[in-house]
Design a protein around this ligand. Sequence first.
Ligand code: AVI
Length: 322
Amino acid sequence: IPTAGRAGLPDSPSNHRLQFERDVLAGLAAPQKTLPCKYFYDEIGSKLFESICELEDYYLTRVEADIFSCALDEMTMVLGQGVALVEPGAGNCEKAEPLLVAMNDPVAYYPLDISPEILLAAQQRIQRRLPTLDVVPVIGDFTSTTVWQQLPKSHQRKVLFFPGSTIGNFTPEQARELLQRFAEQLRPGEGILLGADLVKDSVVLERAYHDSAHVTEAFNKNLLTRINNELNGNFNIDDFAHRAFYHRVRQRVEMHLVSLTDQKVEVSGQQFEFAEGETIHTENSHKYTLSGLRTLLHETGFTTQKFWTDNKQHYAIYYAEV
Ligand code: AVI
C-alpha cells in the first residue's frame, strides 16, 4: 500500500507491471531485502485477505465493525447531513455500505481503488440498495496525485473514509505525508473518519499476524507466487517460512519471509542470493496509542472532533476535521 511521496508512472496495466518489476528488483537488491506490501493484493491475495478478516485471531476487522455498529448513531450525527463520502482504497466497499445506509441523506459516494472489477461490482450493489445516492467509482492508486484530480469538483461537503487500519501499513513519516495529502483535498469543516489498530499485548498482536489457520502465511507467501507468475521468478515457496513479530520500539508488527537454506533465485533474468536465515521484509503494520493518533492528526492539519474505541482499547476510530 505505501507509495506516498513517489511520483510513479501513469495508471495503465503495462505501467503497473513495469512498476511491479522495478519495485521487486530494487527491493530484492537492497541489503535488507524488501517487497512493498501493496503487491499482496492480486486476485488470490485479495481473497486471502478477506479470509484473514474473518479469522478469530485477526481481531481488527471484528472489533472495528463492533465499534461502528455501537457508535453508528453518534457517528452519523457528527458527520452531518448531505455528505459526500470519499473512500481511498475502498476495495469491495463493504465497510462503507452500512455507514452510507445509516448516514443522514448522503449525496455521493466516491470509492477509490486500483481494481475496476471489484469497484464496479460494489457500485452496482450499493446503487441497488441506495438508488438516490450518486455512486461514482474512481480508478487509481490513492497514494498517487493523479487519482485525486479525477474527483469531481463540487460544493458537496466531503468526508474521507479510511478504515481498516490501512494507515498502519505506512511508516510514521509516510503516514504523515499521506494524511497531509488527504488534508489538502479538504476544505475547512470537511473531515476524515479514520480507523487504526492500537498498541496492545504482543501475544494478541502476534497471533493476529501468525494465525493458527495459517491464512496469513499463505497471504505472505502468495507474493512469491505472484513474482513467479508475473515476473518469471523461480522462488521455491517451500524454501521460505512466514515470520511475524511485534517490534516494541518501532511499535509495529513486521512480516518477513525467511529463507530456510542458502539459495539463489532468479527474477526477470536477474539472480539474487539468499543466505540461510536471511529475510525479505514484506510488511509493517504500525500500532498507535490514542495520543499518538491525536498527534498524527494534529500534525497533519486535522482537529480531532471525536473518537470511539472498544472496551479493551484494542482499536480506535477517529473523526477529525481540517
Ligand atoms: C490491510 N492491512 C491493514 C492489514 C494489516 O493488518 O496490516 C494487512 C494484513 N497483513 C497481515 N494480515 C493483514
